[in-house]
Structure formats: C-alpha cells, structure tokens
Design a protein around this ligand. Structure first.
Ligand SMILES: NC(=O)c1ccc[n+]([C@@H]2O[C@H](COP(=O)([O-])OP(=O)(O)OC[C@H]3O[C@@H](n4cnc5c(N)ncnc54)[C@H](O)[C@@H]3O)[C@@H](O)[C@H]2O)c1
Length: 286
C-alpha cells in the first residue's frame, strides 16, 4: 500500500522532525497539537528544516515554501486525522497524556489504521493496552534530526500484528529508512543504555570532575562519537530526558535510573536544552 497521508500527533521537538521527513518524501502530513501557538511555531521550524535539508543531504529535494505548505495541514482537532492512512504519535512522554490520546484515537480512526507510538521509554504493550486494537500499535523510536537519520528502532509489542509491522516497513521504504526490530521492554535498546550515559555525564558535571565541554570532548575525540552525552541530552530536550529517566526508574525499580538532581534543576529553571536556547550549554538564536 502506498501511503499518501500520515497523521502526526504532537508537534514538539521530534514531531516537527517527523513532519519534515514526510513532507520531503512527498507524503502529506496532518499535524495535530493542543494550541494554534504551538502549531505556528512548529510550522516555522518545519519550513526552516525543509529549506536547509538539501544543503545537509544531497538525496533530499529542494522544495519551495508553497510546495512544502501544500503537503501540511495544521489543526487542534484530532478528528481531522480520520482520513489518514497511518498515525505517528509524538505527544509528551507522560503516561496519562499518551493514554488519553490513544483512547481518543480509537474513537477517531477507522479500525484498520495502524498507530506508531514514538516514545523514548514507555513500553509499547502498555501504550497498546489503552486501545481495544492492540494489534494495530507498533513502537517506533525516531531520532532527531529525523530527515537525516537512515535507521529507526522499531518495537514489537506483545500484540503487534505482522500486518502492522509490514505497513510500517512500507512507510519506511517510502522514507528511505531501515528498521531494526526489537522486542518490548521500557527504554527498548537505545534509551535503556543511552539514558544511563547522559545521566551519568550529568552526575560527573555535578561532581565537578570536568566541565560540560570536557565531558563531551572526551566522547567525541577519544571514542569518536559524533556528539557527547550532554550535547545529546540538550538536543533531545532535558524535560524529555528527565521524564524518560523517571519512566525507566519507575519501570525497573532500579536506582541506576535515578535522575541526576542537576538535570532536574535545569528543567525546573526552564533550561530545557537546544529548544529553549539553554540547557547544559547556551545556544545563540538561529
Ligand atoms: N526529543 C527526541 O529526540 C525524541 C526522540 C524519540 C522519541 N521521542 C518521544 O516523542 C514524544 C515527544 O517528545 P518531544 O521531545 O517532541 O516532546 P515535546 O515536549 O517537545 O513535544 C510534545 C508535544 O506534544 C504535544 N501534546 C501534548 N498533549 C497533546 C495532545 N493531547 N494532543 C496533541 N498534542 C499534544 C505538546 O503540546 C507538545 O507540542 C515523547 O514520547 C518522547 O519520548 C522524543
């Protein structure tokens, strides 16, 4: 099945990346968030991403503003998703918010439509339990910048059907993405490991063993990573990283996932990382 229209629920840090990727690959996106203000900001970020995309990757097309806008619809009404052939959900990493959204999706979407849960840590089987269609729910852990990442971690929940996985793989083929399919436990592979890294880097900073740039430089220059753990946390958004650590801590009841107080303090101060202009680092306005 060729997918022409995808619903994108949640137009925050990762949601705008998802829309950018869809638009660049000729798939129309119906974008839902809670307010017109959030949607207006998302629209600007997406247009900016689309403008710079061909400079960052030769395989991405040059689109005019009008062409890009023609492939997007912005709305605060979830019912506008009803014509979409697939939904990618990217709402806040919070169980109560996700649960309410899946209950609404069940009322809105035709019974055969597959729902991709883009979550950092919440188990897909738990998310699927919020609907009476758990076979239609699959986990997809997209990473920023979505349009420049060729590979996605895909998570099969207990009830995820082969049809749902095949539908998702078909969409990924359209987006030139490869999937690595893993089983379902909180944090999956990527975040169960990477959040320990980011959290411990914050503890190292809190303990004044090294500065933020020294910590990141060791990972980049000695290990050859493209980004250090603190830069990565700033890119993801410190609020999302803290919420994910809380999910891991609650899920495994293991103290190794207790969130570093310094990171939580930055979130309380509004220093959420790149998206707020300040996190572990300061970012000049683009
Ligand atoms: N940031 C990343 O790099 C990243 C990567 C992979 C997965 N994720 C996951 O994607 C999800 C979103 O993360 P984010 O970093 O974009 O968070 P974010 O806080 O930047 O954005 C979340 C968006 O969801 C919207 N929202 C909340 N309730 C809603 C509702 N009922 N209907 C529609 N929209 C609603 C918010 O207004 C906000 O715009 C989380 O589950 C997160 O774990 C994030």
């Amino acid at each position: 099945m060729h997918i022409n229209e995808v619903g994108v629920l949640g137009a925050g840090n990762i949601g705008v990346g998802v829309v950018t990727d869809l638009v660049l690959h000729g798939v129309r996106a119906v974008v839902v968030d809670v307010s017109d203000e959030v949607l207006a900001n998302a629209r600007e970020t997406i247009l900016n991403n689309v403008r710079f995309a061909p400079m960052l990757s030769k395989s991405l097309p040059r689109l005019s503003k009008q062409e890009a806008l023609g492939r997007m619809q912005f709305t605060t009404d979830i019912r506008d998703l009803s014509s979409c052939q697939f939904v990618i959900e990217n709402v806040t990493e919070n169980w109560q918010i996700k649960e309410a959204v899946y209950r609404q999706l069940e009322l809105t979407m035709p019974p055969d439509i597959c729902l991709g849960a883009n979550t950092s840590c919440i188990a897909i089987t738990r998310i699927a339990s919020a609907t009476r269609r758990p076979a239609n729910v699959v986990g997809l852990h997209l990473m920023n910048p979505v349009h420049l990442k060729p590979t996605v971690e895909v998570i099969r929940g207990v009830h995820t059907s082969d049809r749902t996985i095949e539908t998702l793989l078909g969409l990924f083929a359209q987006l030139d993405k490869e999937a690595i399919i893993v089983e379902d436990l909180p944090g999956f592979v990527s975040n169960r490991i990477s959040h320990l890294f980011m959290n411990e880097a914050a503890f190292v900073l809190q303990d004044r063993v090294a500065t933020a740039s020294q910590i990141d430089a060791i990972f980049k220059k000695c290990f050859g990573h493209t980004m250090g753990p603190l830069e990565t946390a700033d890119l993801i958004g410190l609020d999302t990283v803290v919420r994910s650590l809380d999910v891991l801590y609650e899920s495994y009841q293991d103290s190794k996932y207790r969130c570093c107080p310094l990171m939580r303090k930055l979130v309380h101060a509004g220093y959420l990382g790149r998206k707020a202009g300040r996190g572990f680092y300061e970012y000049p306005k683009e």
